[in-house]
Design a protein around this ligand. Sequence first.
Ligand code: UT7
Length: 351
Amino acid sequence: MRHAFPECRFFAPFASHLTRASVSTPSTPAIAILGTGSNAPARVLTNDELSRRVDTSDEWIFTRTGIRERRIADAGDSVASLATAAARFALADAGLEPSDIDLLIVATCTPDLPMPSTACLVQTALGMRERAACLDLNAACTGFVYALDHAWALLSTGRYRHALVIGAEKISSLVDWSDRTTCVLFGDGAGAVVLGPARAASPARILDAQLGAIPGTADLLGVPGGGSSPATSDARRHIAMRGKEVFKFAVRGMEEVTRDLLARNGLSGADVALVVPHQANLRIIHALAQYLELPYERILVNVDRYGNTSAASIPLALDEARRSGRLKSGDLVLFVAFGAGLTYGGALVRW
Ligand code: UT7
């Protein structure tokens, strides 16, 4: 682990923002991840298939992104249905019933409807009780980390007992399938965790989290249509991105937030047993691994099979890590993400 972190020369405003945002670790009751679940649509869309639709190739996509294939929801799938299935798995894993949940947050930037929230649709589908707070949260690809931190904060007040935090996206609905610069990147899916008081047998305790957003970067990545602003038009209801700039901010953002989180908890990269990063691009993930001086085996990667599933990517990867036995009791796990906004966030969990 490097002890002298490199100066953020290219992104000085961003660096100072992160420094200002750093606060001492709050002292909270032990809140833990009690269960995980995920759900990806069955339909696989390969790079070869995409290369028959637009001027691209498996070689270009894999070399630049690490993606081989992604899952695409069919017409009958909705974000609510993907989220509900993931939530059922997470509840079963936690040994809880829908009626035990009193806080439900769905992180998504592709809600089924402008209103009501997708969370309210999931509440009904799961058969949850009425006395439950249900809300959507939009921080794009950082959505799951944002939702986790918010749920952790609310549970820590003692006013809520069990939270269901879901990251779910049907991002294919926002993709311009004739734009090769974006259509090769994204996929659909959902992942969920149940949070609640830590159990002695399986602590998975949330230790800390840090969120942020970089002012003045909204035009680098987004959907410039379909909203209520006079500047939007339905004709532009597709993802638009300045990929190279987003890439640089993504690398810097993930490094900076990781540095802050580890430093203020007296930890170093060497203490991290597993990083579960947002799965946007293998080159971004490798840059983070190099920064932390961690071998690639300690970084969870499934971008090759799912592409960028936005808010679903971390809980989907976490569930895969759990089920494949990659998490051992006592492991320090780092979630770190970056997305439109531009937003960023990280969280530390002691498994
Ligand atoms: O959750 C956050 C979401 N977003 C991201 O994380 C995106 C971050 N950015 C990236 O991952 C990368 O910038 C991309 C993968 C999007 C692009 O990689 P790049 O190395 O930055 O490529 P580029 O945009 O500079 O394009 C290089 C060339 C261009 O051709 P010319 O101008 O050199 O002739 C592009 O037109 O590659 C061309 N190109 C493609 N060629 C084949 C762009 N997309 C494709 C494609 N297939 N799909």
